[in-house]
Design a protein around this ligand. Structure first.
Ligand SMILES: *[C@@H]1O[C@H](CO)[C@@H](O)[C@H](O)[C@H]1NC(C)=O
Ligand SMILES: *[C@@H]1O[C@H](CO)[C@@H](O)[C@H](O)[C@H]1NC(C)=O
Ligand SMILES: *[C@@H]1O[C@H](CO)[C@@H](O)[C@H](O)[C@H]1NC(C)=O
Ligand SMILES: *[C@@H]1O[C@H](CO)[C@@H](O)[C@H](O)[C@H]1NC(C)=O
Ligand SMILES: *[C@@H]1O[C@H](CO)[C@@H](O)[C@H](O)[C@H]1NC(C)=O
Ligand SMILES: *[C@@H]1O[C@H](CO)[C@@H](O)[C@H](O)[C@H]1NC(C)=O
Ligand SMILES: *[C@@H]1O[C@H](CO)[C@@H](O)[C@H](O)[C@H]1NC(C)=O
Ligand SMILES: *[C@@H]1O[C@H](CO)[C@@H](O)[C@H](O)[C@H]1NC(C)=O
Ligand SMILES: *[C@@H]1O[C@H](CO)[C@@H](O)[C@H](O)[C@H]1NC(C)=O
Length: 798
């Protein structure tokens, strides 16, 4: 029997001789195994010249960091030891007298990995169970070394606490020392400056047994990165600097005073930026006033007025209420509850002291004392703390004040709304907009998902066009091909000009867009721009074959798409049945991938700015292709030049910030994508709500979402055949995309990942007030030049 050892998941094969051992073979002290890919090395080592020998793994050529140690408690005192595989298949470390010093103790398992039995180090790719006690395999607890030069078990441990939403906890013995704050689907909410997307950084995944685990992917997989619970109790992240030959510390926790566990005791907020550090929450007072004054916070604070349930029945006072505290690292020991009405859920249990409804986590409630919470400027969450009504400050008049506030608030909202509307109209007239790019994606994130699609030839035109690269077409050839732009050849009228069908001399069919308005660019600039855009190739983008310029005439030549645009199918009562649920999901995914490609292409990073159903063309297999991408770039001119940019787009698909402020970003495309997604699933036009109860498709979707009737949003023709979980997930993603705040919307890489992986947890959407409450003013749509949404057929066939 030859047993290959899987030391490390990602570099699994320690091949014969150099990088593997098999049964009955051994590695003597002095020689090492090197993993395939030369990433890791395994062998004997000693620390600071002591005679004690340990078996461990380290990064190849970097002997200063031992990422795993086998016999951490039992060093071999001489150089006679060896590593071998016993008859039962277990890996053992033996000393010179053949005594077993260490064994992996996993009898009967096919594969054992050092990853499942970590010491003090976490490496990218390792899976850390996060299922609340009964994780996969062994409990993955990382235990610190005793000292810098002694790998035996130290005082500190680091593990995942999965009681509510998982968090990382460092303990000294049983006592908590630091915690990361709850995982919110993207980051650990209490770790300062933590970044991550669904493509790199930490992720919470679910394996095929339903067990959850964390895994970390480095931004650059060639980086040597390790996380460690240090002997002195700090969670540290290191990256190897090859030039300086040293490990740089990227992050170390706990760092500031407030990050040490429960620095202020119960019911007190810790604030590093405040000179007094600890403050009781409103409605609470120090338990030990003297100690508190002298900076001994350990006793914490106590409630001043008992809650209603604790007061004797004949006492006065009304119902308990909640004090809203923003920007907090939420207290420890939350309970996750599955409730839409989080506040009500908390109120009905007398021992509930606080609740939080957090994006990416859901409803959490706390019972009893609130411990370890901290003010986090800019990145904290909101906590609602239960108080007796008299401590809330407005006594029993809460409801009355609520009504007054409601009325006043309503008036203010109305005012703002009118003002925005006025601004919006003004914007359209002036057509001059600021063009800051808000909330762009991190530009350096690796394109893990799409790497396969980005390379290699894609999107050959249906007729097998001989045109491999974009060309400059002779204007006269186009004139002949389109029969001098004759009416019969006209396919439709798009936002940027009419589109004609043409046939090149070789028989290749093309679609020609005749740009009606002068762009602000000269011919050379235009050609350069076109060449750049023509290089964008993706199977979900309509292929641009070339362009033609003659005087003021500017033409774009596209592959001809024999099928019609998506809106022709989607909103046609007969044809919409052709699009079954599978097809619709495919179309959504295809559009998402095409859009992600536009957003992420490192050279251009195109923002489409006019994504809508009529700009999605379908090929002969009904695969979606985005058209008209890059036109906003030409017509918008230089995106840094304010005066040349104009609001292009179609009402109803435009994000609030774009429609009202002219601010566009990848997130405004995400918004349009969200609208499109809802249209595809519902089979209803966003603008078809003119006379209905709901003001818009988004408002309709939101109402159904709130009433937990989301399945009713689906087009009746696909409602019964759609897999429920997939449909719900899809709508959920749509709701996330149409949120008012651009920063709340996911970026396209997240959208693609959320669409493709059932495992990714979805945050809860915030109610889109601006778009779900207001009714569109349809006259806008027809009065203004760029908004000819009804007839934008672009490159559509008949
Ligand atoms: C290892 O040694 C044992 C006894 O010494 C023998 O039975 C077994 O076949 C050997 N295994 C291999 C793979 O050589
Ligand atoms: C290694 O040992 C030397 C003397 O034995 C000591 O001075 C030095 O501090 C030790 N290094 C570390 C990192 O502990
Ligand atoms: C390891 O170090 C040696 C000498 O310092 C060098 O020759 C070799 O290329 C290095 N190997 C790797 C994989 O970096
Ligand atoms: C976090 O970011 C802020 C602002 O970007 C910076 O001032 C601060 O030093 C950072 N903190 C850490 C721990 O890196
Ligand atoms: C990853 O790091 C290596 C070496 O540090 C560098 O050469 C390479 O360009 C990096 N890759 C990316 C995608 O940043
Ligand atoms: C570990 O705990 C022991 C006993 O409390 C203490 O003496 C020792 O200094 C601690 N070690 C570290 C590294 O904190
Ligand atoms: C703070 O007070 C507690 C009890 O009130 C006491 O046990 C502790 O020693 C005090 N800490 C300091 C630093 O004085
Ligand atoms: C409640 O009523 C009881 C008897 O009616 C009385 O003894 C007690 O003082 C009252 N408590 C308060 C807080 O008024
Ligand atoms: C309140 O919640 C706690 C913890 O879940 C539970 O033990 C208790 O029974 C609940 N009390 C009521 C009145 O529901």
């Amino acid at each position: 029997m030859s047993l290959l050892l899987f030391f490390l998941c990602f570099y699994p094969l320690f091949l014969h001789a150099a990088n593997s051992i098999t049964q009955n073979e051994s590695i003597k002290d002095g020689s090492t195994l090197v993993s395939d890919g030369l990433k890791f090395e395994m062998g004997f080592f000693s620390l600071n010249d002591s005679s004690s020998r340990y078996v461990g793994i380290w990064y190849h050529n970097v002997t200063s960091a031992y990422v795993w140690v086998a016999n951490r408690e039992k060093p071999i005192k001489n150089r006679e030891g060896s590593i071998t595989i016993k008859n039962d298949g277990n890996l053992v470390v033996i000393d010179g007298e053949n005594n077993e010093i260490w064994s992996n103790r996993e009898v009967g398992k096919d594969i054992w990995q050092s990853f499942e039995d970590p010491t003090d180090t976490y490496l990218p790719g390792m899976k850390v169970p996060a299922s609340g006690g009964n994780g996969i395999g062994k409990d993955a607890t990382f235990c610190s070394w005793k000292s810098e030069n002694d790998p035996s078990f130290g005082n500190y441990s680091m593990s995942v606490d999965s009681e509510a939403s998982p968090q990382i906890v460092i303990k000294e013995g049983e006592k908590r020392r630091w915690r990361s704050g709850y995982w919110d689907g993207r980051v650990f909410s209490g770790v300062p400056n933590m970044t991550g997307s669904y493509l790199f950084g930490f992720r919470l995944n679910t394996d095929d047994k339903g067990e959850r685990y964390f895994v970390y992917e480095a931004l650059n997989t060639t980086d040597k990165i390790r996380f460690l619970i240090s002997y002195d109790g700090f969670e540290k992240q290191f990256r190897w600097n090859e030039n300086e030959k040293k490990w740089n510390v990227l992050q170390s926790e706990p760092f500031k005073k407030c990050e040490f566990y429960n620095s202020c005791g119960s019911f007190a907020v810790c604030d590093d930026s405040d000179s007094s550090l600890c403050k009781c929450i409103k409605g609470f007072e120090p338990r030990d006033m003297n100690g508190w004054k002298n900076g001994n916070w350990s006793k914490g604070c106590k409630r001043m007025t008992p809650l209603k349930s604790e007061r004797s029945s004949n006492s006065s006072g009304g119902e308990d209420g909640f004090l809203v505290q923003r920007d907090l690292k939420l207290p420890d020991f939350a309970h996750l509850v599955n409730a839409v009405d989080c506040e009500g859920n908390c109120l009905k249990n007398s021992s509930c002291t606080a609740y939080a409804n957090t994006i990416g986590i859901g409803c959490m409630v706390w019972f009893g004392e609130l411990v370890d919470f901290q003010r986090l400027e800019n990145y904290g969450n909101t906590l609602n703390i239960r108080l007796a009504d008299s401590d809330l400050g407005d006594g029993g008049k809460k409801t009355k004040i609520g009504i007054i506030l409601g009325v006043v608030g309503g008036l203010i909202c109305l005012g703002i709304f009118v003002w925005l509307l006025w601004r919006f109209k003004r914007k359209l007239k002036v057509s001059s907009t600021s063009t800051s790019n808000i909330n762009g994606e991190p530009s350096k994130s690796p394109n893990l998902l799409l790497s396969a699609e980005l390379s290699g030839p894609v999107g050959l035109s249906p007729q097998g066009s001989p045109l491999n690269n974009a060309e400059f077409f002779n204007f006269s050839i186009i004139v002949i091909a389109t029969n001098n732009f004759s009416e019969e050849n006209k396919l439709g009228q798009g936002g940027f000009g009419p589109v004609y069908k043409g046939k090149l001399p070789g028989g290749v069919e093309i679609a020609v867009k005749r740009l009606s308005r002068q762009s602000n660019q000269g011919s050379d600039e235009f050609k350069n721009e076109m060449m750049l855009i023509a290089k964008l190739q993706h199977r979900n983008l309509v292929r641009l074959l070339g362009c033609s310029v003659e005087g003021e005439e500017k033409l774009l030549v596209y592959e001809y798409m024999p099928n019609k645009s998506l809106d022709r199918f989607l909103f046609d009562p007969v044809k919409q049945t052709i699009l079954d649920c599978t097809k619709r999901f495919e179309i959504i995914e295809g559009i998402a991938r095409g859009l992600l490609y536009l957003h992420r292409d490192s050279r251009l990073r195109i923002i489409h700015r006019d994504l809508k159903a009529s700009n999605i063309l379908l090929d002969e297999n009904m695969n979606p292709k985005i058209s008209d991408f890059g036109l906003a770039r030409i017509f918008g001119g230089n995106q840094n030049e304010e005066n040349t940019a104009r609001v292009v787009g179609t009402y109803g698909y435009m994000s609030p910030e774009y429609a009202m402020e002219g601010l566009f970003s990848v997130k405004s495309d995400v918004y349009s994508f969200g609208v499109l997604l809802l249209e595809i699933l519902s089979g209803r036009k966003n603008t078809s709500f003119r006379d209905s109860y709901d003001p818009s498709l988004i408002g309709y979707a939101w109402r159904l979402w709130n009433e937990e009737r989301v399945m009713e949003l689906l087009d009746p023709s696909i409602r019964d055949s759609s897999p429920k979980s997939k449909a719900l997930r899809c709508i959920h993603i749509g709701m996330l995309c149409v949120q008012d705040s651009a920063s709340n919307r996911p970026n396209m890489s997240s959208v693609v990942l959320m669409l493709e992986s059932e495992a990714t947890a979805l945050p809860l959407p915030v109610k889109p007030l601006l778009t779900s409450m207001r009714r569109y003013d349809y006259t806008d749509e027809f009065n203004t030049e760029p908004f000819d949404s009804t007839v934008d057929l672009t490159v559509t066939g008949r």
